[in-house]
Write a protein that binds this ligand. Structure first.
Ligand SMILES: *Cc1c(COP(=O)(O)O)cnc(C)c1O
Length: 365
């Protein structure tokens, strides 16, 4: 069989067996970023402190790569429990990034008629994971200023009876943290599980995690990605052991690899550096927001995350021009009607932020 005939025959098999929603799905495209000032993915721009790097290097050198990792990753979970000050009544499950945990939560409820609901615009993986699992996804629009439309959410919950409601707070790509009382109302109204995704809580004024024991239908999710360890792929979900036991059945037995486990234990052994970097990012966020807000035609939305959402005239032109200057930001304009002319810009180092400001000053005159 030549290559072309092989391709045609394979496509016929694909059409016969792959679910239509998967065939209609598009691949998550990661922007090419080599040599760029990378302000597109909400990473922490600061490198590890050198003492921490040395500790990690030592830990990695000792990893027996010929062996499978510790399946339940006990040492990592113990270190994370200490770092998060988790009461022993709460159970904790680790994922290969919280992306994996989102997919596990959706697959846990994937049955005919099930629905996943989330306010939108938000983190795209709630929708992507739902579509991939063949689960109906219902998006409820946020208010135009990206605050939670509680009435619309309550109506949506009543209408859809969702098995899971995902609430990212602070939200991505808007940076808005929803009022605790509003989130509480939604948890009380939901007929099923509510997952509060706190990927950005290190940069926020408050967190929901300490309240996880108050609601039997609440899981709180977190990740090390936005606080300096995105390459490691380690996410977690906290909640009642009854929920975590079900998720654990769906988890691939060795989902957190041995290098990640060893590095995580070393990184969390003395986690003060994380709070120091997060504080620096918060301070930079304020000064960056103030400088960008002075540019003509630019609106900066208030953020409790490590990025800013901006609206401006001709966002696409500004995005392209920044890219030509080797500054990569995220054009989120296509993601939702409310995001028209919006760019999401991660807070970088002071030097990176200065570069951004000088380019933006020239581009937004
Ligand atoms: C970045 C992000 C995640 C994904 O985190 P990983 O642990 O890197 O998979 C989850 N939720 C939200 C809201 C995010 O912005």
């Amino acid at each position: 069989m030549n290559d072309r005939a092989h391709g045609v025959a394979a496509a016929a098999f694909v059409a016969a067996v792959v679910r239509p929603e998967v065939r209609a799905q598009s691949v998550y495209v990661v922007a090419h970023a080599e040599g760029m000032v990378k302000l597109d993915a909400n990473e922490n721009a600061y490198p590890l402190p050198s003492a921490v790097k040395t500790r990690v290097a030592g830990a990695l050198a000792g990893v027996p790569l010929n062996r499978y990792p510790d399946g339940p990753a006990e040492a990592v979970r113990a270190a994370l429990r200490r770092a998060l000050v988790l009461p022993s009544a709460h159970a904790l499950l680790l994922g290969n990034g919280s992306d994996e945990l989102i997919a596990l939560v959706v697959s846990m409820v994937a049955q005919p008629g099930a629905c996943v609901l989330a306010p939108e615009p938000t983190f795209v993986m709630y929708r992507v994971s739902s579509v991939n699992a063949g689960v109906r996804f219902a998006g409820v629009s946020l208010a135009p200023d990206f605050t939670l439309d509680v009435a619309a959410m309550l109506t949506g919950i009543e209408r859809e009876r969702p098995a899971v409601v995902f609430i990212a707070s602070p939200n991505n790509p808007t940076g808005v943290r929803y009022p605790t009382a509003d989130v509480e109302r939604l948890i009380l109204a939901a007929p099923g599980l509510v997952v509060v995704d706190e990927a950005y809580s290190a940069f926020a004024d408050d967190a929901f995690l300490p309240r996880v024991g108050e609601f039997p239908n609440l899981l709180v999710m977190g990740t090390l990605s936005k606080i300096g360890m995105a390459g490691m792929r380690l996410g977690y979900v906290v909640g009642a052991p009854e929920w975590i036991a079900e998720l654990d059945k769906l988890r691939p037995p060795y989902n957190v690899n041995a290098l990640t486990q060893a590095a995580a234990v070393a990184l969390l052994a003395d986690p003060d550096w994380i709070a120091v970097q997060a504080a620096a990012i918060r301070a930079e966020r304020s000064s960056l927001a103030a400088k960008l807000a002075r540019l003509p035609g630019v609106t900066v939305f208030p953020s409790q995350a490590n990025f800013l959402l901006l609206r401006m005239r001709d966002a696409k032109r500004v995005f392209d021009a920044l890219k030509l200057r080797r500054i990569l930001v995220k054009n989120v304009a296509g993601g939702h009607a409310l995001l028209a002319d919006c760019l999401r810009i991660t807070v970088g180092t002071p030097e990176e932020n200065d570069l951004l400001i000088s380019s933006m000053t020239e581009l937004c005159k």
